[in-house]
Design a protein around this ligand. Structure first.
Ligand SMILES: Cc1ncc(COP(=O)(O)O)c(C=O)c1O
Length: 380
């Protein structure tokens, strides 16, 4: 631990030095099954050879290329991503993180509608920069930084009537995660997202879906919105997009694209060729290794094993694909620490009493067995 690092993180008492697939190793050579995966980033596993090769090759050719110049790898990536997003979502801005995609989405929504009111959801998490933090619900993150961006209302997630009451012809957008991650792994109830789509269509507001955590196969579909066949006006993507290299993408429809002009937005590092090369490799891996299918199959197995696990500690098991939450009857932090130190499995919290599992989508079956044995042990 460095005395020079600002103490913004609660430390786990572990120094990680190496990763391969779903395993990471600490300084003394101990291996851990990694169901944190860089907070859901490592969808293709750590140091996937095809990502490493793409990065090595690109690093020798060109690392930075501002958006004022075109670039062969960036163009190839934009075409590839556009071919995979739902029809109508055809325009992309490349950023460097999840929060940055949310910031861009807020600006684009104001531009496209000429309105400034935003509706977000209770338990929602969208990042920690000022705009994204203003959408984020948890008071612990918000309170020290008041006042935040004005005209943002938080409504209960999943409540269509609350959405109907909140969205009107002064609303620029509603911002929602299809499955709340940080807020406890809570999938949108059936019909909720399509009802939001209808409310937005009626009122002229934009539907912004934050798939920073759920995107790129995590939930068993390439994008979680595919489960519900809902197409937003703006889709926010990040985390697993580039195999661990910082990157984000904001994908919009023509309603946004037609109002955007040079100077409205930008980023020094956004769309740099190094990140694009990694992201291109990730899309190929997702396709060749059928990662959404793997996530679905392994997720069903995992959810089934957890739901039939006999432990008085488990209150509820929720999730889709390999985005799994186990709501416990007690605080999760000491349990996560024991899971790490005694069972060598890394998992993360989602609120005070939910254990969250976000393993690589190509985690081995035996490694998942290990995870189940560890959770059984720690919750016994
Ligand atoms: C749904 C969602 N949106 C946005 C973010 C912010 O992403 P980043 O940490 O890359 O800024 C996160 C991060 O966990 C997230 O889960």
């Amino acid at each position: 631990m460095s005395q020079y690092e600002l103490p913004v993180y609660t430390k786990r008492g572990l120094t990680l030095v190496r990763g391969k697939g779903a395993k990471v190793w600490d300084q003394s050579g101990r291996a851990y099954v990694d169901c944190i995966g860089g907070h859901g980033v490592a969808i293709v596993g750590h140091s996937h050879p095809r990502v490493v090769e793409a990065l090595q090759e690109q690093a020798q050719r060109l690392i930075i290329c501002p958006g004022t110049f075109d670039n062969d790898v960036r163009d190839a990536y934009l075409s590839r991503l556009q071919s995979l997003t739902p029809s109508g979502l055809d325009f992309i801005f490349l950023a460097n993180s999840g929060a940055e995609t949310v910031e861009a989405a807020l600006k684009f929504a104001r531009l496209a509608t000429g309105r400034s009111r935003i509706v977000a959801t209770k338990r929602g998490f969208h990042g920690r920069t000022m705009g994204a933090l203003s959408l984020t619900w948890n008071q612990k993150y918000r309170r020290p930084f008041m006042p935040l961006v004005p005209e943002i209302a938080h409504i209960p997630f999943g409540d269509i009537e609350a959405a109907r009451a909140a969205i009107d012809d002064r609303t620029a957008a509603i911002v929602v995660e299809p499955i709340q991650g940080e807020g406890g792994v809570r999938p949108a109830p059936e019909g909720y997202l399509s009802a939001l789509r209808e409310l937005c269509d009626e009122s002229g507001a934009l539907l912004i879906i934050d798939e920073v955590q759920t995107g790129f196969g995590r939930t068993g579909e390439l994008f979680a919105i595919n489960h519900w066949r809902v197409v937003p006006d703006i889709l926010c993507l990040a985390k697993g997009i580039a195999g661990g290299i910082p990157m984000g993408a904001v994908v919009t429809n023509n309603r946004v694209a037609e109002v955007i002009q040079p100077g409205h937005h930008g980023s020094t590092f956004g769309g740099n060729p190094l990140a694009c090369a990694a992201a291109l490799a990730v899309l190929e891996i997702i396709q060749d290794e059928e990662l959404p299918l793997q996530a679905r199959r392994k997720g069903e197995w995992l959810l089934d094993r957890l739901r039939t696990m006999e432990s008085p500690e488990i209150r509820e098991v929720r999730g889709m694909g390999l985005m799994v939450g186990i709501e416990l009857r007690h605080r999760v932090t000491p349990i996560l620490r024991r899971l790490q130190d005694e069972y060598r499995v890394l998992a993360l919290p989602a609120g005070p009493n939910v254990m969250r599992l976000l393993p690589p989508l190509n985690i081995e079956d035996e490694e998942l067995e290990e995870v189940i044995r560890a959770i059984e042990g720690v919750l016994a």
